[in-house]
Design a protein around this ligand. Structure first.
Ligand code: FRU
Length: 409
């Protein structure tokens, strides 16, 4: 594997794979004060391939420690995306406080939902002997997200290309289908992926949904739909809005950490339009900062960093906070990226023609006048404008030592 001169160094405040390839965040959770993130991982190549679950953890959600691969392919298939819950009561029969991973087994023309258990705080996993727990019949049936609803029961949402299916269980092992959800999201929309039904403090639910094509910005992207989950299915109650306005915000997953006022989301900072082609340093892929997700009245979502570094500059990463216009320029040998908030618009602009889909101006007008944060790290820039009402996230390919300039006009 060769190193492309525009490939970034390893990030300081973001998850990247120790080797090989990374895509979706999986099994996000917080336990005993530590963040855990699993991720779609090909340990042996920097391109997508037979999927494993990689594993990292962190004390602060910014500096991540690598752990051995958590889940490997087996005779039922490779290991696609999914979620992790903590079974405090031991209803799954794997003991009290077992961690339960629910993931998709992917084989040639069929996908199933399966389980694995961990008894050592998510480090090592044993697959359930009765897998799969929800048998599929088609090629696109994946990305189970499990949560415990107010009725005390376990609920699961899973995608089937252009619709969602809901299932319920009392023991995480035996599942009954309760309902379906469909919506017309436009003719350009490809596969629905990584659905997430997020219970919000006001009783509302947000459906977070990734669209493989035809998302905000045209390529892969993630939308948020306000609605209500009645224990059986989801009902849409308002307009679909972009989660983020940048080109690189995909496969977002949330979790609720007890005591927090908002759910936390992380995403894969990439797009299927070019993920396998981006400049590589022998590894490819990174996850976003953890963000708090909230709903802003009736007209959109907000996302704001859920973590804050103690120092604003560390190993080439920069945390820039400002109440007025701010522009950050990141210059490498082959590309230039400008990002920030100028004249009522939050934006990222990439030039240099590094690969198809690299160049462009991505952004949206502000919806209010909150503070702004721009987070620059090796390989990415995240603009949180206007208190998080507009965010723009993009990868940056400016080599290992880019020149970063901050202007506050
Ligand atoms: C989303 C996705 C998921 C799937 C995984 C495979 O990026 O396509 O639907 O589970 O990636 O790696």
């Amino acid at each position: 594997m060769s190193v492309h001169p525009a490939a970034p160094a390893a990030p300081v405040w973001h998850v990247a794979p120790p080797r090989g390839w990374l895509n979706d965040p999986n099994g996000l959770c917080l336990a005993d004060g530590r963040w855990h993130a699993y991720f779609q991982h090909h340990p042996f190549d920097d391109r997508w391939g037979p999927m494993h679950w990689g594993h990292v953890s962190s004390a602060d959600g910014l500096h991540w420690q690598h752990h051995p691969v958590a889940l490997e392919p087996d005779e039922l298939g490779t290991i696609f995306s999914g979620s992790v819950v903590h079974d405090l009561d031991g209803v799954a029969g794997a003991g009290r406080a077992a961690w339960v991973a629910c993931f998709t087994h992917h084989a040639d023309s069929v996908q199933h939902q399966s389980l694995a258990f961990s008894h050592d705080g998510g480090a090592t996993w044993t697959k359930h002997s009765g897998n799969p727990v929800i048998r599929g019949e088609v090629a696109d049936f994946r990305d189970p997200k499990v949560w415990r609803a107010g009725d005390g029961r376990w609920h699961l949402v899973v995608t089937l290309a252009d619709r969602l299916e809901f299932h319920v269980s009392d023991d995480l092992v035996h599942w009954t289908r309760t309902g379906d959800f469909r919506a017309d999201l436009g003719a350009d929309v490809g596969n629905w992926e990584c659905p997430d039904v997020v219970p919000m403090p006001d009783g509302r639910h947000l459906l977070v949904l990734s669209l493989s094509t035809g998302g905000p910005g045209g390529n892969s992207g993630t939308v948020v739909m306000p609605g209500r989950f009645d224990g059986r299915s989801f009902e849409q109650t308002g307009e679909v809005v972009p989660f983020d306005h940048g080109p690189d915000w995909y496969a977002a997953q949330t979790f609720w950490n007890a005591g927090d006022r908002h759910p936390v989301a992380m995403a894969w900072m990439n797009s299927w339009a070019y993920a396998n082609e981006v400049p590589s340093r022998g590894t490819r892929g990174l996850l976003s900062l953890p963000r708090h997700l909230s709903w802003d009245g009736d007209d959109g979502c907000r996302s704001w960093p859920a973590v804050r570094p103690v120092i604003d500059a560390e190993g080439g990463a920069r945390w820039i906070e400002h109440d007025g216009d701010v522009m950050v320029t990141i210059v490498g040998a082959e590309s230039e990226v400008r990002a920030g908030v100028v004249d009522g618009e939050a934006f990222v602009e990439r030039t240099g023609g590094l690969f198809a889909g690299h160049d462009g101006r991505f952004g949206a007008p502000l919806r209010g006048d909150g503070p702004h944060v721009v987070v620059v790290d090796h390989g990415s820039v995240e603009v949180f404008a206007d208190g998080g009402r507009v965010t723009v996230t993009a990868q940056v390919f400016a080599g290992p030592e880019p020149a970063v300039r901050v202007q506050r006009p």
